[in-house]
Design a protein around this ligand. Sequence first.
Ligand code: ADP
Length: 281
Amino acid sequence: RSEAAPRAVTDTTGAASPLDAYRVAKEPYYRAVADEIALYEAAYSVRMPMMLKGPTGCGKTRFVEYMAWKLGKPLVTVACNEDMTASDLVGRFLLDANGTRWQDGPLTMAARFGGICYLDEVVEARQDTTVVIHSLTDARRVLPLEKKGEIVEAHPDFQVVISYNPGYQSLMKDLKQSTKQRFGALDFNYPEHEVEAEIVVHESGVGLDAAKKLVHIAEHARNLKGHGLDEGISTRMLIYAGSLISRGVAPLAACRVALVRPITDDPDMRNALDSAVTTYF
Ligand code: ADP
């Protein structure tokens, strides 16, 4: 491939940056589905904050890893959860032998040294946590560290990316409009049949025939979303099933373990899915 290797990240003095550890060294496998690569590159070129929307396990994280590699930028990933506080993102004072010392959080580190900060499943975080990204995601591009009395101006390379699963939202748990409207958005979904089978083959090592069958089973389950299933079988789950099969597990057992048992506890739904599996394997 002709892509340049990721560039070293240096600050203005040329010293190594703490983000060096966050560089994506090897090209991640990413199978483009539409024009998402070109759109993301354009968005990055104007440092537009981006929202990757779609169900869990459909390739959002892999895509951002690939884009960080392609753009040669470090990637700082934060898995969001409801116990997360603004300090977990921004940083805090720590006590050590010499007294107190400030430690940048992942968001501050990315902003200061110029990385892509990926907030995965951002709606899991409380809204009072999420608002700390506001001043970084508008024209100001600054991050006030109130406890430290410092205003960090974002490095020119800095960008915020969030992932968002539209299926999970309730009124209690959603992004504020004032947060949403700071982002450009790309829709992700499970890839079409042939492409998804190709991804499953690549990632799990299972043969193409079996991969196609797995995709059929997933498509069957995806049609049941909203009719007894909260979420369909994801590409990630198909890769698990494929990995078990390619290690010699019988396909029926592999599908039960990796596809059916994880997504439902309902006995009737399990039976329905198990019998869908037996029509293919
Ligand atoms: P998400 O972040 O949407 O929950 P991931 O990016 O972790 O999902 O995707 C789950 C797995 O599916 C990845 O580890 C990767 O193996 C595979 N995958 C999904 N879509 C793609 C794609 N377009 N190209 C390559 N791998 C993919």
